[in-house]
Design a protein around this ligand. Structure first.
Ligand SMILES: NC(=O)c1ccc[n+]([C@@H]2O[C@H](COP(=O)([O-])OP(=O)(O)OC[C@H]3O[C@@H](n4cnc5c(N)ncnc54)[C@H](OP(=O)(O)O)[C@@H]3O)[C@@H](O)[C@H]2O)c1
Length: 267
């Protein structure tokens, strides 16, 4: 029989308890607002950027993404975990390493290897990413620095399945990003139909992979912080995958009809 709450946290610190769960409630609200706004109109970057749309001055795309992702995901996350957190057992350390694996890639490597169609992006895009990244990075570092997991948690199916799902999502996300890069092997800036592996089933395996990662994270950490972060990711990926899928169908009359937007066979 599984323990419904396989951890203790904030037991002797009511202020910390209320700050953490208050921010979780705010994170949930932000996910709902994001879902509504992204469904109405896709964020104006990449294929959805229109020159007549104003989203602030244009800034260097690679530097902007590095700042908006690495500052919260690597720097803030590590500072909160090491300076503010108190728990250092193996689940806490494993979660710390998983998060960092993702964000070192996303914040420091990914922006410098992707073949963007434009060297610049409207300032509103990285700023719009920075704020939620700060919030959810703080929340998740606060959780894994504060949660005291049961001693046998390493055998718990939530921990094991969560990690397996996270790693599977990570591999799918990496594979998809590399495949997208290869579409621009000759340094073109145009778009073409991606093929191979999950691209044969869905339009956005990169989003699907990352959505799996954060689902695995929420499951493994068994936390409200992880859950609101996963919900926020879904709130960006579900509408954007729909917009991307629609865009592919409009751009390419021969776009494969059986391909779904985000979830193989389903959506
Ligand atoms: N956690 C979150 O909330 C969150 C939110 C958004 C993104 N992300 C992650 O960030 C990464 C990038 O996201 P994204 O929205 O920029 O992904 P994307 O729209 O799929 O674009 C990724 C890269 O591939 C290029 N590309 C896409 N489709 C192409 C095609 N058909 N032909 C040629 N090139 C193509 C894009 O070019 P352009 O330069 O023309 O766009 C861009 O350089 C993903 O791994 C995603 O999971 C995370």
């Amino acid at each position: 029989m599984l323990n419904a709450l396989p951890w203790t946290a904030f037991e002797h610190d009511k202020v910390h308890f209320w700050i953490h769960y208050g921010l979780c409630a705010f994170g949930f609200l932000l996910a709902v607002i994001t879902f509504i706004s992204q469904t109405t109109k896709p964020a104006p970057y990449g294929r959805h950027h229109k020159s007549d749309q104003s989203c602030g001055p244009m800034v260097h795309q690679r530097i902007a993404h590095t700042i908006s992702d690495a500052t919260p995901g690597v720097l803030l996350f590590s500072l909160v975990f090491f300076l503010y957190g108190t728990e250092r057992e193996y689940p806490n350390i494993i979660f710390f390493c998983l998060w960092l694996c993702h964000y070192i890639h996303r914040g420091i490597i990914h922006p410098w290897i992707m073949k963007y169609s434009s060297p610049t992006t409207p300032l509103g895009i990285p700023l719009g990413g920075l704020f939620p990244n700060l919030l959810y990075s703080f929340l998740n570092a606060d959780w894994i620095g504060s949660a005291n997991y049961d001693p046998g948690y390493y055998k718990d199916p939530r921990f094991i399945i969560g990690i397996v799902v996270f790693i599977t999502g990570y591999i799918i996300n990496r594979y998809a990003d590399i495949a997208l890069c290869k579409l621009r092997a000759n340094n073109s800036i145009g778009y073409s139909i991606p093929h191979g592996c999950l691209f044969n089933m869905i339009s956005c395996p990169n989003y699907f992979g990352e959505m799996l990662e954060w689902f695995g994270w929420a499951l493994g950490t068994w936390s409200l912080a992880g859950t609101v972060w996963w919900l926020f990711s879904c709130a960006t990926f579900v509408p954007r995958a729909r917009h991307n899928h629609q865009w592919y169908k409009e751009q390419f009359p021969d776009y494969p009809e059986n391909r779904k937007a985000l979830i193989p066979l389903l959506y």
